[in-house]
Write a protein that binds this ligand. Structure first.
Ligand code: PLP
Length: 455
């Protein structure tokens, strides 16, 4: 199993080569040179962890032996608060929810990041060295990463967030993790400022010479393969062919994992992208127009993204893996902020994907409606998907992904239903814990100094 890049299809890297890298040096994203195949019958009656081992092993088999991988996976899901790990809830005839919020930080990112944390620990034991994880977060990714890498003495985590611009719950989830290797940095600026600082530091030779800087954002291939597992798990729980999924999307990571599942043997029929007001994905799928717009703030903040990085992987696939064409498209896009795909490429996107954008008002209405009809409280991200689920034809099997626990977004849920969400005990506890963070000016120099002092 070797890997190429979406901007250089002659590349031939191993899984271990690409594990710590987000981007390939050519600016592209990694994909396997060939798709493995999974035999569905072999998965029947396995546990979530065993299914995960079979699927992930098919991508890592030349680099990690299966017993070790199995142990990494066992360790990754011990803290999940549901026996099924990712349970299916039947909402109505043929309409289901796949609940993905039983991890330590109550959002779906735990399913991949807990695995990545254990995988890094394993690989650093074999090849001992110290690494520094550097990232910027506007919410969920930060807490999931901090929880995944805490108490690992070979890994320091430097996580930037915009000071006073994340929700109180999200801030507490990051800053109350009291471990020596976790450094929360609150920047006096906005999320874009944080991202700019992170990008500059990745290009800084002085920092790079003193520590291995690593990114764990959603373009990391190991994260995507861990997410493939719960699509297979859905099939194993409801045992129907011709599955259709609705996926609330931002960076196109979660839904691309569904595409991978389809490629390696899961009988998926269609994938429906739910976006909020930030609707670049809808515009690409409907009209082939990829146009840079300003990001709007919505009730589903983890989907407030205008450049969906992982979509590059789908482009590469739909362009028959022509990496020079992908590079050419991005050259035009970076120069002009605009690119329109050819008709045949749009047709290829449409063979699998639908896309809709759901505004804030519809999000609130859906949260209320689902509560009134089914007694189910959903978080605003999940609600964007449920809006589409309720409109689907009764004769097809549709599964919508429930991406976060409603307690994480209690203000929005209250606005919609006038109800106070019951806060899970562990989540409630963080409000009594002491916060630890460093507030720094919006300055790359200051952040660099802080990192160099603390590695
Ligand atoms: C990250 C996130 C999303 C978006 O997922 P992508 O993989 O970026 O498309 C949606 N909902 C929630 C709750 C999230 O945390």
């Amino acid at each position: 199993m070797k890997y190429l890049s979406t901007r250089d299809n002659s590349l031939n890297q191993s899984f271990n080569d690409i594990l710590y890298q987000g981007l390939s040096k050519d600016g592209g994203l990694y994909l396997p040179r060939e798709w493995p195949t999974i035999n569905l019958d072999k998965l029947l009656n396995l546990s979530y962890q065993e299914v995960a081992t079979e699927i992930i092993h098919s991508f890592t088999k030349d680099d990690i032996n299966k017993e070790d991988l199995s142990q990494i996976i066992m360790n990754s899901y011990v803290d999940f608060k549901n026996d099924k790990i990712a349970p299916i809830l039947k909402l109505d005839n043929n309409k289901f929810l796949l609940e993905l919020f039983y991890g330590p930080t109550y959002a779906f990112k735990d399913y991949a990041l807990q695995f990545l944390g254990n995988l890094f620990s394993y690989s650093l034991k074999i090849n001992p060295r110290k690494i520094s994880i550097l990232g910027a977060t506007s919410g969920d990714t930060g807490s999931a990463a901090i929880n995944a890498f805490k108490s690992n003495k070979d890994i320091n985590v430097f996580m930037l967030h915009p000071h006073n611009k994340v929700s109180p719950m999200q801030q507490k989830q990051m800053t109350t993790v009291d471990e020596k290797n976790i450094f929360n940095i609150a920047i006096e600026g906005n999320f874009d400022d944080c991202q700019k600082i992170v990008k500059k530091l990745f290009l800084d030779d002085e920092i790079q010479s003193q520590t291995s800087l690593t990114a764990v954002n959603s373009i990391n291939w190991a994260r995507l393969i861990a997410q493939v597992v719960y699509y297979f798990w859905t099939y194993l729980q409801i045992r129907r062919k011709n599955l259709n999924f609705i996926v609330p999307s931002g960076n196109f990571g979660n839904i691309f994992s569904a595409y991978v599942a389809k490629k390696i043997g899961l009988p998926i029929n269609r994938l429906h992208i739910a976006t909020n007001k930030n609707d670049i994905l809808k515009s690409i799928i409907k009209n082939g127009v990829m146009k840079k717009k300003i990001v709007s703030q919505t009730f589903s903040p983890s989907m407030d993204i205008q450049i969906s990085s992982n979509f590059e992987r789908q482009m590469f696939e739909s362009l028959n893996r022509d990496s020079s064409k992908v590079s050419e498209i991005f050259e035009i896009f970076y120069k002009t902020g605009n690119y329109t795909f050819d008709k045949n490429i749009i047709e290829d996107f449409k063979k699998i994907y639908d896309a809709s954008s759901i505004n804030d008002e519809e999000t609130l209405e859906t949260i209320k409606k689902v509560y009134d009809f089914y007694g189910y409280l959903s978080d605003p991200h999940t609600a964007t998907g449920i809006k589409l689920l309720l409109e689907k034809n009764q004769n097809e099997t549709w599964i919508s992904l429930a991406c976060a626990h409603p307690a994480k977004f209690q203000d929005t849920v209250k606005k919609a239903t006038n109800l106070d969400v019951e806060i899970p005990e562990e989540l409630g506890k963080i409000f009594d814990k002491k916060e630890k963070m460093t507030i720094l000016a919006n300055s790359t120099k200051e952040v660099k100094k802080f990192i160099l002092e603390n590695i």
